[in-house]
Design a protein around this ligand. Structure first.
Ligand code: DX5
Ligand code: ZN
Length: 216
Protein backbone atom coordinates (compact mmCIF):
# COMPACT_ATOMS: atom_id res chain seq x y z
CA UNK A 1 0.00 0.00 0.00
CA UNK A 2 1.35 3.44 -0.96
CA UNK A 3 2.01 5.55 2.16
CA UNK A 4 -0.08 8.74 2.27
CA UNK A 5 2.25 11.72 1.86
CA UNK A 6 0.95 15.19 2.66
CA UNK A 7 2.10 18.43 1.05
CA UNK A 8 2.64 21.47 3.28
CA UNK A 9 3.02 24.89 1.64
CA UNK A 10 5.66 27.13 3.23
CA UNK A 11 4.55 30.74 2.69
CA UNK A 12 8.02 32.11 3.45
CA UNK A 13 8.77 32.66 -0.25
CA UNK A 14 5.28 33.78 -1.18
CA UNK A 15 4.28 37.44 -1.52
CA UNK A 16 4.72 38.54 2.10
CA UNK A 17 2.63 41.58 1.29
CA UNK A 18 -0.36 39.34 0.53
CA UNK A 19 -0.16 36.41 2.92
CA UNK A 20 -3.91 35.86 3.13
CA UNK A 21 -4.03 35.46 -0.66
CA UNK A 22 -0.96 33.19 -0.57
CA UNK A 23 -2.61 30.89 1.97
CA UNK A 24 -5.83 30.77 -0.01
CA UNK A 25 -4.01 30.15 -3.30
CA UNK A 26 -2.19 27.22 -1.70
CA UNK A 27 -5.46 25.79 -0.40
CA UNK A 28 -7.05 26.19 -3.83
CA UNK A 29 -4.03 24.42 -5.37
CA UNK A 30 -4.73 21.40 -3.19
CA UNK A 31 -2.09 21.47 -0.44
CA UNK A 32 -2.89 19.60 2.77
CA UNK A 33 -1.23 21.96 5.29
CA UNK A 34 0.21 25.47 5.69
CA UNK A 35 3.79 25.63 7.02
CA UNK A 36 4.58 28.85 8.89
CA UNK A 37 8.27 29.74 9.20
CA UNK A 38 8.62 31.83 12.34
CA UNK A 39 12.07 33.42 12.50
CA UNK A 40 13.28 35.78 15.25
CA UNK A 41 16.51 37.14 13.70
CA UNK A 42 18.52 35.53 16.55
CA UNK A 43 18.37 31.75 16.09
CA UNK A 44 18.56 32.38 12.33
CA UNK A 45 19.78 35.57 10.56
CA UNK A 46 16.31 36.31 9.21
CA UNK A 47 13.12 37.81 10.62
CA UNK A 48 9.67 36.87 9.35
CA UNK A 49 6.34 37.06 11.17
CA UNK A 50 4.91 36.11 14.56
CA UNK A 51 1.84 35.48 16.66
CA UNK A 52 -0.26 38.39 15.39
CA UNK A 53 0.22 37.34 11.76
CA UNK A 54 -0.65 33.73 12.55
CA UNK A 55 -3.79 34.87 14.36
CA UNK A 56 -4.70 37.05 11.37
CA UNK A 57 -4.20 34.15 8.93
CA UNK A 58 -6.11 31.62 11.01
CA UNK A 59 -9.40 32.83 9.60
CA UNK A 60 -8.19 32.60 6.00
CA UNK A 61 -8.33 28.80 5.79
CA UNK A 62 -9.40 25.68 7.65
CA UNK A 63 -6.19 23.85 6.66
CA UNK A 64 -3.89 22.75 9.51
CA UNK A 65 -1.16 25.23 10.46
CA UNK A 66 2.33 23.87 11.14
CA UNK A 67 4.47 26.38 13.06
CA UNK A 68 8.21 25.95 12.48
CA UNK A 69 9.80 27.96 15.29
CA UNK A 70 13.28 29.15 14.36
CA UNK A 71 13.52 31.14 17.57
CA UNK A 72 16.06 31.22 20.41
CA UNK A 73 13.51 30.83 23.21
CA UNK A 74 10.86 28.33 22.08
CA UNK A 75 9.87 27.53 25.69
CA UNK A 76 8.39 31.00 25.90
CA UNK A 77 6.64 31.00 22.55
CA UNK A 78 5.59 27.46 21.61
CA UNK A 79 2.34 27.25 23.64
CA UNK A 80 1.31 30.66 22.29
CA UNK A 81 1.39 29.35 18.73
CA UNK A 82 -0.99 26.60 19.75
CA UNK A 83 -3.28 29.24 21.23
CA UNK A 84 -2.98 31.21 17.98
CA UNK A 85 -4.42 28.23 16.10
CA UNK A 86 -1.49 26.00 15.04
CA UNK A 87 -2.09 22.24 14.98
CA UNK A 88 1.59 21.32 15.11
CA UNK A 89 4.59 23.16 16.53
CA UNK A 90 8.22 22.28 15.82
CA UNK A 91 11.01 23.68 17.98
CA UNK A 92 14.69 23.38 17.05
CA UNK A 93 16.70 20.83 19.01
CA UNK A 94 19.81 22.97 18.56
CA UNK A 95 18.43 25.65 20.90
CA UNK A 96 20.15 25.30 24.31
CA UNK A 97 16.97 24.81 26.32
CA UNK A 98 15.49 21.82 28.16
CA UNK A 99 13.10 20.66 25.43
CA UNK A 100 11.09 17.98 27.25
CA UNK A 101 9.05 20.54 29.18
CA UNK A 102 8.35 22.58 26.06
CA UNK A 103 7.31 19.52 24.07
CA UNK A 104 4.99 18.46 26.90
CA UNK A 105 3.57 22.00 27.11
CA UNK A 106 2.81 21.94 23.37
CA UNK A 107 0.89 18.69 23.84
CA UNK A 108 -0.92 20.04 26.89
CA UNK A 109 -1.99 23.01 24.76
CA UNK A 110 -3.65 20.57 22.36
CA UNK A 111 -1.13 20.72 19.51
CA UNK A 112 1.25 18.08 18.17
CA UNK A 113 4.83 18.48 19.39
CA UNK A 114 7.82 18.26 17.07
CA UNK A 115 11.58 18.68 17.06
CA UNK A 116 13.29 20.25 14.07
CA UNK A 117 16.87 19.25 13.26
CA UNK A 118 19.22 21.20 11.01
CA UNK A 119 21.43 19.24 8.57
CA UNK A 120 24.40 19.15 10.93
CA UNK A 121 22.46 17.63 13.82
CA UNK A 122 22.78 13.85 14.14
CA UNK A 123 19.68 11.66 14.17
CA UNK A 124 20.72 10.23 17.54
CA UNK A 125 20.12 13.61 19.21
CA UNK A 126 16.37 13.21 18.68
CA UNK A 127 16.18 9.77 20.33
CA UNK A 128 16.29 11.21 23.84
CA UNK A 129 12.91 12.91 23.23
CA UNK A 130 11.23 9.90 21.62
CA UNK A 131 8.40 9.73 24.20
CA UNK A 132 7.74 13.48 24.04
CA UNK A 133 7.28 14.19 20.37
CA UNK A 134 4.69 13.46 17.69
CA UNK A 135 6.86 14.29 14.68
CA UNK A 136 10.34 15.25 13.54
CA UNK A 137 11.00 18.13 11.16
CA UNK A 138 14.07 17.06 9.18
CA UNK A 139 15.76 20.03 7.55
CA UNK A 140 17.24 19.39 4.12
CA UNK A 141 18.59 22.94 4.01
CA UNK A 142 20.15 25.05 6.76
CA UNK A 143 17.16 26.78 8.35
CA UNK A 144 16.73 30.51 7.76
CA UNK A 145 15.92 31.03 4.09
CA UNK A 146 13.77 29.60 1.31
CA UNK A 147 15.02 28.86 -2.18
CA UNK A 148 18.09 26.86 -1.14
CA UNK A 149 19.18 23.60 -2.82
CA UNK A 150 18.15 20.27 -1.29
CA UNK A 151 20.99 18.60 0.62
CA UNK A 152 20.93 14.84 -0.13
CA UNK A 153 23.34 14.18 2.72
CA UNK A 154 20.82 15.80 5.06
CA UNK A 155 18.07 13.57 3.67
CA UNK A 156 20.30 10.57 4.29
CA UNK A 157 19.57 11.04 8.02
CA UNK A 158 15.84 10.37 7.60
CA UNK A 159 16.25 6.60 7.89
CA UNK A 160 18.36 6.95 11.03
CA UNK A 161 15.78 9.35 12.51
CA UNK A 162 13.02 6.83 11.78
CA UNK A 163 15.09 4.14 13.54
CA UNK A 164 15.77 6.46 16.49
CA UNK A 165 12.11 7.42 16.93
CA UNK A 166 10.31 4.21 16.00
CA UNK A 167 7.31 4.01 13.68
CA UNK A 168 4.85 6.31 15.47
CA UNK A 169 6.16 9.87 14.92
CA UNK A 170 5.59 11.43 11.51
CA UNK A 171 8.53 12.80 9.56
CA UNK A 172 8.22 16.21 7.89
CA UNK A 173 11.00 17.08 5.43
CA UNK A 174 11.67 20.74 4.81
CA UNK A 175 13.94 22.54 2.38
CA UNK A 176 14.59 22.37 -1.34
CA UNK A 177 11.62 20.07 -2.02
CA UNK A 178 10.89 20.16 -5.75
CA UNK A 179 9.76 17.70 -8.42
CA UNK A 180 13.31 16.37 -8.72
CA UNK A 181 13.88 15.92 -4.97
CA UNK A 182 10.45 14.99 -3.57
CA UNK A 183 10.72 11.33 -4.56
CA UNK A 184 14.08 11.03 -2.78
CA UNK A 185 12.62 12.42 0.45
CA UNK A 186 9.58 10.12 0.20
CA UNK A 187 11.74 7.10 -0.58
CA UNK A 188 13.75 7.84 2.57
CA UNK A 189 10.59 8.04 4.70
CA UNK A 190 8.98 11.50 4.49
CA UNK A 191 5.33 11.64 5.56
CA UNK A 192 4.99 15.39 4.95
CA UNK A 193 6.84 17.35 2.25
CA UNK A 194 7.27 21.06 2.96
CA UNK A 195 7.63 23.16 -0.17
CA UNK A 196 7.81 26.92 -0.62
CA UNK A 197 9.62 28.10 -3.74
CA UNK A 198 8.52 25.09 -5.79
CA UNK A 199 4.90 26.09 -5.23
CA UNK A 200 4.92 29.89 -5.07
CA UNK A 201 7.43 30.11 -7.90
CA UNK A 202 5.37 27.83 -10.16
CA UNK A 203 3.44 29.03 -13.18
CA UNK A 204 0.54 26.77 -12.13
CA UNK A 205 0.53 25.88 -8.43
CA UNK A 206 -1.95 22.96 -8.61
CA UNK A 207 0.27 21.14 -11.11
CA UNK A 208 3.29 21.90 -8.93
CA UNK A 209 1.53 20.38 -5.90
CA UNK A 210 0.56 17.26 -7.84
CA UNK A 211 4.10 17.05 -9.20
CA UNK A 212 5.39 16.55 -5.65
CA UNK A 213 3.02 13.72 -4.75
CA UNK A 214 4.21 10.10 -5.08
CA UNK A 215 3.07 8.54 -8.33
CA UNK A 216 0.44 5.86 -7.68
C1 DX5 B 1 13.70 27.46 5.74
C2 DX5 B 1 12.25 27.06 5.97
C3 DX5 B 1 11.67 26.23 4.88
C4 DX5 B 1 11.74 26.89 3.55
C5 DX5 B 1 11.28 25.97 2.47
O1 DX5 B 1 14.27 27.82 6.98
O2 DX5 B 1 12.15 26.30 7.14
O3 DX5 B 1 10.31 25.94 5.20
O4 DX5 B 1 10.96 28.05 3.56
O5 DX5 B 1 11.35 26.72 1.31
P1 DX5 B 1 11.88 26.08 -0.06
O6 DX5 B 1 10.82 25.10 -0.43
O7 DX5 B 1 11.95 27.28 -0.93
O8 DX5 B 1 13.19 25.45 0.20
ZN1 ZN C 1 10.19 25.53 7.64
Amino acid sequence: MTRVVQIAASILNSDLGALRESVQAAEKAGVDRIHLDIMDGHFVPNLTFGIATVEALRGATSLPFDAHLMVSNPSRWAPRYAAAGCQTIAIHIEVPERHQGTLDAIRTSGAKAGLAADPGTPASALAAFKEHLDFALVMTVKSGFGGQPYLPEAAARIGAIRSALGEAPLIHVDGGIRTNTAADAVAKGADVLVAGTALFGAAEMRAAVEGLRPKR
